[in-house]
Design a binder for this molecule. Sequence first.
Ligand SMILES: Nc1nc2c(c(=O)[nH]1)N[C@H]1C(S)=C(S)[C@@H](COP(=O)(O)O)O[C@H]1N2
Ligand SMILES: [Mo]
Length: 329
Amino acid sequence: MRVKLDPHQFIRRIPLAPHQMHARLTRVEDAIVLCHLGLPRIAREDWSLAIDGLVEHPRIISFADLMRYEKISVTSVHQCAGSPLAPCEATQRVCNVTWAGARLADILAQCKLRPSARFVWSTGADYGEFGGVCVEAYVKDLPIDRVNSDVLIAYEMNGGPLAPEHGFPARLVVPGFYGTNSVKWLTRATLASERASGPFTTSWYNDPVEDDTSASGRTVPVWTIAPQSVIVAPAADTIVKTGEAIEVWGWAWADGGVSQVDVSVETGEWQRAQLEQPSERAWQRFTLPWTPIKRGATTLASRAATARGECQPVSGRRNAICSVSVNVT
Ligand SMILES: Nc1nc2c(c(=O)[nH]1)N[C@H]1C(S)=C(S)[C@@H](COP(=O)(O)O)O[C@H]1N2
Ligand SMILES: [Mo]
């Protein structure tokens, strides 16, 4: 049975600009919201999750069943990849929140996966029109290898029940993957041997491979979060004084954590910032002391990199370097 969507239309909230991201843990009311199709309203008693496809024992679990699994919590950066209609646009739609729920791996363990199962397709209760296409449901997929890490069927955000717009009563959370993969109002998990065929996994949310010179136009799924950073302070257009020491600080994150952040001030040369160690899947704070020397407008920028050597590009990608210009007097 189809649930009621209220409203039955696209919803997007980006409450905080980077200079407002002071808190390490983002309050629920300050967290990003993205609903492509609208907001399904589902009571706990009416919710169920079907597990089917390439499993020996298909199951349907109720909300009460879900609560009986060990409760796991993970603090994770939660980032929207940006509009799937503008995949190369640089965006900073991000927050850092604590999710809690059951491990997907614990639930799947009781279903006995067939050896041919390579992907989990996750289906939300929402349906309708996006980007000129009508869909029966919002469907995403993730590779099976990921399930054994910290993928959750979450029912809490920052210690309270999920708000309706965040997926009440239960949603998928794939820490380290872009938000688009964390399917809200999750009603079905299907084990499959290939990727899901709907528009949210085929036409949209696949990035062109940058160095691909073949005519085939190869793409990679928008799964793992690429390294990115934002400067929280000083805010754009702040007036800073020559000779007075201030701290340039911000947040950096990537799937698997960031290993280095460089900051450029005045001269445009990159300087190594101090960076805290990763904790769970959370964003990491970086700082660089700065004493302005030269009067006039100047640009500050930050650049995060991973231990694997992935680095933020200058432009043309969602995780492109963003800069802040301030006035030195
Ligand atoms: N069912 C469903 N799940 C969804 C979406 C959606 O439209 N429908 N939007 C996705 C996108 S693009 C993002 S960025 C995150 C946002 O999660 P939030 O609104 O809880 O912050 O949810 C994802 N899960
Ligand atoms: Mo998103």
